[in-house]
Design a protein around this ligand. Structure first.
Ligand code: NI
Length: 390
């Protein structure tokens, strides 16, 4: 792969950094060792370090030349609360914690790029290296924003990257517009009146109401949202009753909503409430809906998606870029940053998923062969977006 020569030569060293992070996974807002490693390396490269941004987040600042333009590059640092099943030497040393999403690789690629940029300084302006905590469901991006990320480190654009198993190693997936979905959760409590299972006419059965609500919720995607829009409404938990001969008082349903467009997302909560309350009411029961907005969709702006494609092309050539991948209905909290600044989030192929190399699999491992590719992408992006004018 035609990556930057020096970064190609550093491949083995980058792999050691990555494998060390892999062996020491830390979960949301507990990335103390990881943040310390990142801060120490950045300082060693001569980069100004700001720690404790959004609890365990770290921001590095590298200003070169007299230019007043600035962009930010973001990597996530956290691992998952799960047990690793790999047996290689760099497997997790901590029970119940694992880098199963490749954030060890993301952190390493951004560090590799930071060192290269600090050494070569072939750009004019300021680049901020954002090392974000708690991407896996706990809103680390929002925590950094709430801690003044974009006020303290003002940028015109922010860029993110995630490895993508199933996409050929070292290939980039780039698209303008939505690339990852919004992710919300809901809980529906159906209340009836319990009693003897053999005398159902004396009860109001919340289980029967819950069953009909589950079925009717399927009509949101099929009958309420325009067919060309993407939406997911999944009921994933159903809890009711404790005995086989007792009709319970309550049934609780929980689930998740995914949508690519903000307007579709906004329309879902009222639909869930209308269906749950309406069906429960028709059966003599009642329903209470709690809807929690969690993560915004990750939506790439057009100009910055083109900038990302140009940087990727400089590393892997036009044949190494896939522009036709559909968006994922998975979620990513980087969307919160893209709500505040223009930017682009790209996928970097991690190779085949054989042998369990899928995201969040207990057999996952980041593909070290793409470390120089991702680091080269970051370097090219900075050099192209903050060019030195002769
Ligand atoms: Ni991830």
């Amino acid at each position: 792969m035609p990556v930057i020569e020096e970064l190609a030569q550093e491949a083995a060293e980058l792999a050691r950094w990555r494998q060390d992070l892999h062996a020491h996974p830390e979960i949301a807002f507990a990335e103390h060792r990881t943040a310390q490693e990142v801060a120490a390396r950045l300082a060693g490269f001569g980069i100004e370090v700001h720690g404790g941004v959004g609890k365990t987040g770290v921001v590095g600042k590298l200003a070169v030349g007299g230019g007043n333009r600035a962009i930010a590059l973001r990597a996530d640092m956290d691992a998952l609360p799960m047990e690793e099943k790999n047996s290689f030497a760099h497997r997790s040393r901590h029970a119940g914690r694992m880098h199963a999403c490749g954030h060890d690789g993301h952190t390493t690629m951004l560090l590799g790029a930071a060192r290269h940029l600090a050494r070569t300084r072939r750009f004019d302006g300021t680049v901020y290296f954002i090392f974000q905590p708690a991407e896996e469901g706990d809103g680390g991006a929002q925590a950094m924003i709430d801690d003044g990320l974009f006020e303290r480190f003002p940028v015109e654009a922010v860029y993110g990257l995630h490895n993508w198993p199933g996409l050929a190693a070292g290939t980039f997936g780039v698209r303008a517009g939505p690339i990852m979905a919004a992710s919300d959760t809901f809980e529906i409590t159906v209340t009836g009146r319990g009693g003897h299972a053999a005398m159902p006419h004396q009860t109001i059965d919340p289980v029967v109401a819950a069953a009909q609500i589950i079925t009717a919720l399927q009509t949101i995607a099929s009958r309420r949202v325009m067919p060309t829009e993407a939406v997911v409404v999944s009921v994933t938990q159903l809890a009711a009753g404790e005995a086989w001969n007792v009709i319970p008082d309550q049934a609780v349903l929980r689930g998740t909503v995914r949508a690519l467009s903000p307007s579709v997302r906004d329309a879902i909560a009222p639909e869930i409430t209308r269906i749950a309350e309406g069906i429960a009411g028709a059966l003599g029961a009642s329903a209470r809906v709690r809807y929690e907005r969690r993560f915004s969709p990750t939506v790439n702006s057009i100009a910055e998606a083109e900038a990302a494609a140009a940087a990727a092309e400089a590393v892997v050539g036009p044949s190494g870029i896939v522009r036709s991948l559909p968006p994922s209905m998975g979620a990513e909290d980087f969307g919160a940053m893209l709500e505040r600044r223009p930017g682009a989030y790209v996928w970097l192929g991690n190779g085949p998923t054989d042998g369990g190399r899928a995201l969040h699999s207990p057999l996952y491992d980041f593909n070290d062969s793409v470390l120089p590719v991702g680091a080269s992408y970051w370097v090219k992006l900075v050099e192209q977006q903050l060019p030195v004018h002769a």
